[in-house]
Write a protein that binds this ligand. Structure first.
Ligand code: ARG
Length: 566
């Protein structure tokens, strides 16, 4: 559509006397297909020229003559609307998509600018909690989206592998744990130790003191404490990495909180030197009262550092190391205040890159599954969820398509995809419900529905039995449904840009659901593999093939696989 836009911009610039950039900024897409392909609003211009917008729209429409791909130009209320020749649009769109294939939708907008994306970032020795699942899905999708738009991305896993809880864990381990015991399900076992510590500490407050002492030892580099901590970290990381492998996610760095430990002294010193730190009730803080926020804690009274201290060190490190154009923190909404404080301190430290730090918050998951929702502390084992999802899909396949080859592999792709898509299907700030029936509904607004539509088109193409041709008679794609599909396909790259602009993968999910729905209803009402009209068949096959490519490319951006049979 970009090339047609250029044509129209030139026409309008002539007629209105505006610069091309201004015209381009104003030119939009009408809400309905029967209102044409582009609409130029006359409100601002009419105001400037002290006339009414509809009259002005009429005047412009009178001056403009259709040419090239533009078939008709008419005033519609306060807008000038442009109607393109459908066959030209179809030809331009479909042949380009067909040619670009896996690269359709890609752009070089980002020009290699660096985007650091901090996502997933679970806490060692604790299972993934629901927030980490969402962060993983949303962060991974954003990573793919920005990369597709020509940015360089660094996916950073800010593991929660440091802090006072490790003192407690070591104390608990010394009392009740053993390496043999941890070997099998380390995260489960570490969680048990942690829970037990808290229970027993209620009766026996001396435990808290022990925990603090162990963390102090850890921070002071005590070999025994370090060694135990290192084991906890290795065991947990191995477990997380199994999940990431399942989801086909690669991180560019596993620089967790502990990584910044050697930089904490200089970070705090730097803040002191800037005159920002002050003592308050024994602790070291940055006062943020002037900005209506509680203070940012740098050191507790006993000198122990905090989550915020480590995030400050991490952010300064990232600025030096990555020279980022933007850094994104894909972390739950409940940490909004933490990030406001963090970015405020960075601003007060007068770093010019302060405005390029963004918190990308998201809502909660609400479980309909009683088993999941009653577990203490919203603890949830993602691995169990993924396993169950795969199992349920496996059952569905066994019932619906018992002869499917690679059924296990397909169940894996669809099972995992269903869970991931559930996190991406609506605006990230909204809470999502987690309901097996909803999530795995092959006819609902789900990942499996998109994957199924994709596989269905693959099957049509297999039945077609010949290579798809791009040199078809595009005038044959004149049905309303066909034009709608072409328009949808043409807007794919703009959709990806919008998703990046708003940090909102759901814009792509929504787009794909609309595309799939449009295709399925088209297919319900039109034959594609016609026996008596080879030209029409070739044109429709091309259209179907392109829809398939867009579905696959979009699913990939969201982190889902697109199996060819299911
Ligand atoms: N580990 C943290 C948590 O589980 C999330 C870390 C997010 N990233 C960051 N740089 N603070 O809540």
């Amino acid at each position: 559509m970009e090339s047609f836009k250029g044509e129209i911009v030139t026409l309008l610039a002539d007629a209105t006397g505006l610069g091309a950039d201004d015209v381009e900024g104003l030119l939009g897409t009408p809400p309905k297909q029967d209102m044409g392909d582009f609409a130029f609003p006359c409100f601002t211009l009419a105001k400037e020229r002290k006339t009414n917008p509809a009259a002005l729209a009429n005047e412009f429409a009178g001056k403009l003559a259709p040419s090239g791909a533009v078939r008709e130009i008419k005033a519609m209320g306060p807008y000038v609307n442009f109607f393109l020749e459908p066959a030209t649009v179809a030809e331009d769109t479909l042949s380009r998509a067909f040619r670009e294939d896996i690269d359709y939708g890609r752009s070089s907008d980002g020009q290699g600018d660096m985007i650091v994306i901090d996502f997933s970032s679970p806490n060692i020795a604790k299972p993934f909690n629901i927030g980490h699942i969402r962060s993983t899905a949303i962060g991974h999708a954003l990573y793919n989206i920005f990369e597709f738009l020509g940015y360089e991305c660094a996916g950073v896993n800010h593991l929660g592998d440091w802090g006072t809880q490790f003192g407690k864990l070591i104390a608990a381990f010394k009392h009740w744990g053993s390496w043999d015991d941890l070997a099998e399900k380390p995260i489960h076992k570490l969680l048990d130790l942690y829970v037990r510590f808290h229970k027993e500490a209620k009766e026996n407050p001396a435990l808290e003191e022990e925990g603090r002492a162990w963390f102090k030892k850890l921070e002071d580099g005590d070999p025994d404490a370090r060694d135990i901590w290192q084991h906890f970290r290795d065991l947990s990381l191995a477990e997380f990495q199994r999940i990431y492998a399942d989801l086909e996610i690669n991180f560019d760095a596993y620089t967790g909180e502990s990584f910044y430990e050697p930089m904490l002294g200089e970070t705090v010193q730097f803040i002191k030197d800037k005159g920002l730190a002050k003592k308050s009730q024994g602790a070291l803080i940055v006062d943020l009262e002037d900005y209506g926020m509680p203070p940012c804690l740098l050191e507790k009274a006993d000198g122990a550092t905090l989550y915020a201290t480590r995030d400050l060190a991490a952010l300064m490190f990232r600025a030096r190391e990555y020279k980022f154009a933007q850094v994104l923190y894909v972390v739950g909404n409940e940490q909004s205040l933490h990030f406001k404080q963090l970015f405020k301190v960075i601003e007060l430290l007068e770093f010019e890159w302060a405005p390029r730090c963004h918190h990308i918050p998201f809502g909660l998951i609400r479980f309909k599954d009683a088993k999941l929702s009653t577990r203490e502390g919203n603890v949830i084992f993602l691995e169990e969820v993924l396993e169950k999802s795969k199992q349920l899909v496996r059952d569905i396949i066994r019932e619906k398509n018992p002869d499917l080859e690679d059924a296990d592999e397909v169940a894996h792709q669809v099972g995992v995809g269903a869970v991931v898509f559930n996190d991406l299907k609506s605006r990230r700030i909204k809470d999502v419900s987690f309901d097996w029936n909803e999530l795995l509904n092959f006819d609902g607004r789900t990942g499996p529905y998109l994957q199924y539509t994709h596989a269905r088109i693959c099957s049509i193409l297999r039945k077609h039995g010949e290579d798809v041709r791009a040199d078809v008679d595009f005038t044959r794609l004149g049905e309303k449904a066909e034009r709608a599909l072409v328009t949808r396909v043409a807007s794919f790259s703009q959709r990806i840009r919008n998703a990046a602009r708003d940090y909102e993968p759901s814009l792509i999910s929504e787009y794909l659901l609309d595309l799939a729905e449009e295709f399925n209803s088209y297919y319900a009402n039109h034959r594609i593999l016609l026996d008596d009209d080879a030209d029409l068949r070739a044109a429709r096959v091309l259209l179907a093939d392109v829809v398939r490519m867009v579905l696959r490319n979009g699913l990939k951006l969201l982190g889902l696989q697109a199996p060819e049979r299911m």
